[in-house]
Design a protein around this ligand. Sequence first.
Ligand code: ATP
Length: 238
Amino acid sequence: MIEARHLHKTFGTTRAVQDVSFSVQEGENFILLGTSGCGKTTTLKMLNRLLEPDGGQVLLNGADTATIPAPQLRRGMGYVLQHTGLFPHYTVAENIAVVPKLLHWEKDAIQERTATLMQKLGLSYSEHAHAYPHQLSGGQQQRVGLARALAADPPVLLMDEPFGALDPITRDRIRTEFSELDEFKKKTIIMVTHDVQEAFTLATRVCLMDEGRIVQMGTPDQLREQPVNDFVRTFLKL
Ligand SMILES: Nc1ncnc2c1ncn2[C@@H]1O[C@H](COP(=O)(O)OP(=O)(O)OP(=O)(O)O)[C@@H](O)[C@H]1O
């Protein structure tokens, strides 16, 4: 279980995140939704200590994450970015193997896991394992980014606009395929998007933000049926 308690973050005079609190249960798909600049990414980055909050706390299974060394914390939380963040001089297989290698997995186990994940994510091992990221399409790179985040089977996955850089058709296809994977179904996922349809398709709960604050949090049905104000109605085009 991940709990954010009264998180605050300011950059200069910008109050990026103001008093954000939520708790995400195991196995939930919790989606941070909102317009550009509303504080979604800043909130996500405070969960794995890529950013330290100015105020408030993040608890992971009851433990204050400020007391957990950041590398250890991040090994338990896969992280997927909009612009994949793949290492350009590593092959696809090497990119996927980064965390298992850090964890000193046996070579054969790493290769088996890499091949399994590539197959699940629709990438041909024989064709792509030894290719470099620039030799792949945007959609294929995104699949590698997902495989890399899943490689060591972390219980939690943080995803920041993971399908955002793709054309709409590829985006729909990868999103659907990903949501059908066992990995997706059993993990606790916290994902950022500005796309209402994407949020409503994938979320067990949506957290709608504006100007650094939470405006409404609930299941997709709750937001659709009981929007708390005009901002929610307008944002969701109700
Ligand atoms: N490192 C930084 N330095 C200065 N200001 C920042 C920094 N990171 C974020 N901000 C500002 O904080 C606010 C929230 O940014 P954040 O990236 O969290 O928003 P977001 O909702 O994820 O937006 P987007 O969807 O465009 O990524 C914005 O006004 C942004 O300009």
